[in-house]
Design a protein around this ligand. Structure first.
Ligand SMILES: Nc1nc2c(ncn2[C@@H]2O[C@H](COP(=O)(O)OP(=O)(O)OP(=O)(O)O)[C@@H](O)[C@H]2O)c(=O)[nH]1
Ligand SMILES: [Mg+2]
Length: 284
């Protein structure tokens, strides 16, 4: 499956982020804990040059906790301030705040030397689509200030949001990589739901998921769909459809509906806590 998706609004979003960067003290980059490698947009590195930085491994409730711990260690060993998070939880704010302080320590000291004390931190929240940027902002302000939704491209423009603890947050639209050289990156982004499903062949993507799971997590397929040994992939998809009772008019499995269901089961954690990338396998 050859995947490229970089709609025009993303070019605009990158431009808008660049324009705002002069005002920003801290860049909070959010990645998906299931694919920390593929969900880190290399453009952000360039955009955030010279700023205080922190990295949030979000949706940890959907990822394998032992793999997430390895990622945290890998990033920390490169001097990056990292937080493991479920952005929907009410404790998100109290967990992020001390990390913000830590990430901004140098800046605060610099300010102090110049006699500036207690100036609010201006933080830009950025990351790929659907990773939980707006959800984190809402948890940090304790109310629904930013629009959220379980599909990519919900936030369309930059929005400043005030917190009660001296941090001003800038919500930004998700931006993807303009071009993936490695198609695995595209597939992983599609699997977690950061690429618009309208441009995807869901059957092919579900087959890819079945292939990955049959290698790394056969128990998930066996437990949920009673399938083991994938055959040619299609066979497994058919079997899953039959087991789920997702049948077409002729009584055969409806492969499109089955594919959608399997992808949805994975994305929402019903197949268990599954990480698709480990720091050993990817270049962290
Ligand atoms: N399971 C789980 N779901 C989360 C978490 N954080 C956010 N979500 C869900 O992920 C979906 C996307 O969240 P948003 O906050 O809209 O994501 P976004 O990064 O702002 O997306 P765009 O504005 O489209 O770029 C929503 O359905 C959230 O409820 C998390 O930590 N765990
Ligand atoms: Mg958003």
């Amino acid at each position: 499956m050859n995947l490229q998706w970089y709609p025009g609004h993303m070019t605009k979003s990158v431009r808008a982020m660049k324009e705002q960067m002069g005002l920003i003290d801290l860049v909070i980059e959010i990645v998906d804990a299931r694919i920390p490698y593929s969900s880190r947009n290399p453009d952000i590195e360039e955009l955030a040059k010279g700023k205080c930085r922190m990295l949030v491994l979000n949706k940890t409730d959907l990822a394998d906790p032992s793999v997430t711990a390895l990622w945290k260690k890998a990033f920390e060993s490169r001097g990056i301030t990292v937080l493991e998070l479920d952005a929907r939880k009410s404790d998100a704010a109290s967990r992020v705040r001390p990390l913000i302080r830590e990430a901004c320590r140098e800046k605060t000291l610099r300010d102090k030397k110049r006699g500036i004390v207690g100036r609010p931190v201006k933080a830009m929240i950025c990351g790929i689509p659907n990773v939980g940027k707006s959800t984190l902002i809402n948890s940090m302000v304790g109310k629904t200030s930013a629009k959220t939704g379980n599909k990519p491209g919900v936030t369309r423009g930059n929005q400043w949001i005030q917190t009660s603890f001296g941090v001003t947050l800038l919500d930004t639209p998700g931006i993807l990589w303009p071009k993936f050289e490695d198609q695995t990156v595209g597939r992983h982004l599609a699997l977690i739901g950061s690429i618009n499903d309208d441009i995807l062949d869901e059957k092919e993507l579900a087959l890819e998921l079945i292939r990955i799971l049959s290698e790394a997590h056969p128990e998930a397929l066996a437990g949920k769909y009673e399938i083991s040994g994938t055959g040619d992939g299609y066979e497994a998809l058919e079997l899953a459809g039959t087991r789920l009772g997702m049948l077409g008019k002729g009584g055969e499995a409806d492969l499109s509906r089955t594919a959608k269901r399997i992808l949805d089961d994975f994305r929402s954690g019903r197949l268990g806590r599954i990480s698709l990338e480990t720091p050993e396998k990817e270049k962290a």
